[in-house]
Design a protein. Structure first.
Length: 206
């Protein structure tokens, strides 16, 4: 079972991207200054470690710690001695987690880059169009495996470019066999898609 953040991302990265709707997952760089603070819980340690409790707290605060996996944490001194702390016997705090787009869960820190680039904006519109076309399929009572032709009419160059750029995506997601421009599309079903002040007429045909 994966234990480190790197192993978790390697195994579940694609699932995380799909569920959270993010484009890319990368490790944080050194420009984000976050300080990890280890806090042993003295009341929990005394009964288990006795006279070594003070040393554990001292070396833990100095940063002599390493992750042992499964939530366990190892504290070590400069002479080769080690003490293993189980979950509940310590706390981890962080300094530098500023902003609403940062979060921490145990030893994993996540930061969302919320910059909406032109490429992401186009992809967002493409996904809206895909949902719109699938709703048209339902309204036309097509079976789930029926491939259909798509006809469109628009004067908006941005929407035209999106249809061309994401042609393969539409064909896969909405089971489209062909996409064509038509001045007045009229077939099985016709609907008007709107994005801000831009519009496009869509029609579908078996």
């Amino acid at each position: 079972m994966p234990t480190s953040p790197q192993e978790l991302l390697k195994k579940y990265g694609e699932i995380i991207k799909e569920e959270v709707n993010v484009k890319q997952i990368t490790e944080m760089d050194d420009s984000i200054k976050i300080t990890k603070i280890f806090k042993p819980i003295g009341s929990q340690l005394s009964a288990k470690f006795g006279k070594d409790t003070g040393k554990i707290i001292q070396y833990g605060k100095q940063g002599n710690i390493k992750d042992a996996g499964d939530g366990n944490m190892i504290i070590f001194d400069n002479e080769g001695n080690e003490w293993t702390l189980a979950p509940g016997e310590y706390e981890i705090a962080y300094e530098g987690l500023e902003g609403d787009n940062m979060a921490v869960d145990q030893n994993i820190i996540a930061k969302l880059d919320l910059e909406l680039t032109p490429a992401l904006q186009r992809e967002g519109i493409a996904r809206e169009i895909s949902r719109f076309l699938n709703q048209m399929r339902k309204d036309a009572d097509y079976s789930v495996d029926t491939k259909v032709q798509l006809f469109y009419s628009t004067s908006d160059e941005n929407l035209k470019n999106i249809l061309n750029e994401f042609k393969s995506f539409f064909k896969h997601e909405a089971l489209i066999s062909d996409i064509q421009s038509m001045e007045t599309p009229e077939w099985d079903i016709v609907a008007l898609f709107t994005n801000n002040e831009s519009t496009i007429n869509f029609s579908l045909k078996k």
